[in-house]
Structure formats: C-alpha cells, structure tokens
Design a binder for this molecule. Structure first.
Ligand code: GRF
Length: 218
C-alpha cells in the first residue's frame, strides 16, 4: 500500500518537518501529516506544526522512569495518528521494542551521515576527523540497533579542506531536507517494503540505496 498519512517524530528545530510541510503545501507531497510528536516541550518544531494546523503531542522521557512505559505511551500516541509511515526527523530518543513491533516496516529515520559510516551523534566532526572526502545523510528503516537499519536513500556532499562541523552541517541541511521529502514522496508513490532486512520498491529488490540527484529527485 502506498503511504497516505504520516506521523512525524521530532525533538528540536523541526527544519525537516518544515520541509515536509512545505512540500505538502506546494502539492509535491500528497500525504496528510496527521500528527507531530515531540520528545521535548520546547522544541521549535512544535510551533511549526501548530502554525501548519497539524495536531501535536509531547512525550518527555523524564516523566517515565521506566523505559518500557515510555515506549508503550509512545506506541499509543503514534497510533492516534493512524499513520501508514512514521518519520523520525531529528527524534533524539531510542525507539523501544513495543513501537518497533507495533509499527514494523513503517518506521524510517533521517540520519546525518553516509550510513553505515558514523552511526550515533557528532557525525560532522567524526567525518572530518576521519579524513572522509564525502559526507551526507541517509534515510533508513528503524530497527533495534541504533542507525543500523536497511538504508533506503542517501544524499552525498563533498567535504572541503576548510570545513568545520558547523559549515558542513549548514551545507548538508538543505540537501537533507530534499532527501527526506523525496523519500517520503517515494513511499507515497509506490510500495516500499522491508522484510528480513531486504528492501523492495514495488516488488523489486533495492540493491543499493537510492542517491538523490542535484535537483532533489531520485
Ligand atoms: C537533522 O540533521 C537530522 O539528520 C538529525 O537531526 C537533525 C534534525 O534537524 N537526525 P531538524 O530538527 O529537522 O531541524
């Protein structure tokens, strides 16, 4: 089934959420953003969602001493939006087993590196320190292992000799927005499935991650 309704999980600025909202408003993305869930009450992304008329929920982990309770509540909240796809866009929490089971094959995450390189945090700094010549972002299916699920799509940018983490992040950001929009658009056009770690697009096995072109398409 192609995706019609998405729920977006955020923790911060929500610039990627804004890219999805803008693409929806421009008619490129024919999906309903049914709910935005933030792990922080002060996330600016919540303002963006409210301005766009999207329902919001806040779920702060410190209100749940037991991880399993947080996970259960998160699963309940996600279900409220009845999403076909759950998009983690800067969501700085590890998704637990209940969410993974309940929304198996429907959870995707945007990560700022060329996975499998640089899982986790500080990816810009680590890419520069490692002497990488390229950096980028990946969208992958979420599994129990952090940033280790099958990769659907990527965008690549060169690392310049004078790059600092902040300059690299600033250059990647608009391309990351395009990557997320193009990837959600893909899900809205054709069935993208992940079974036993193998991704299929419209029934065809995806052998390599899709790579975003300079115009923001695959
Ligand atoms: C993005 O860089 C994304 O790759 C990472 O967190 C950042 C979120 O930015 N996972 P924003 O909140 O969408 O502005």
């Amino acid at each position: 089934m192609s995706v019609r309704r998405i729920t977006v999980l955020i923790s911060g600025g929500g610039s990627n959420l804004q890219a999805l909202i803008d693409a929806r408003d421009q008619g490129r993305l024919k999906v309903e953003i049914s709910l935005v869930i933030s792990s922080r009450a002060d996330a600016f992304g919540l303002e963006r969602a409210r301005k766009a008329g999207i329902p919001t929920s806040i779920l702060q982990q410190d209100e749940f001493p037991r991880r399993a309770d947080y996970d259960r509540k998160l699963a309940e909240l996600i279900a409220v939006g009845s999403p076909d796809l759950v998009v983690l866009a800067g969501f700085m929490r590890i998704v637990g087993p209940e969410v993974l089971q309940r929304f198996a094959g429907k959870l995707i995450n945007l990560h700022p590196s060329l996975l499998p390189l640089h899982r986790g945090t500080n990816t810009y700094e680590r890419a520069i320190k490692s002497g990488d010549t390229e950096h980028g972002a990946s969208v992958h299916f979420v599994t129990a292992d952090l940033d280790a699920g099958p990769v659907i799509s990527q965008v690549r940018i060169p690392i310049d000799a004078q790059d600092q983490p902040a300059t690299l992040a600033a250059r990647l950001s608009p391309r990351e927005h395009q990557l997320l929009v193009a990837t959600v658009e893909l899900f809205s056009h054709c069935p993208v499935e992940c079974t036993h770690g193998v991704i299929t697009l419209d029934g065809e096995t995806l052998k390599q991650p899709l790579v975003l072109d300079p115009n923001g398409f695959f």
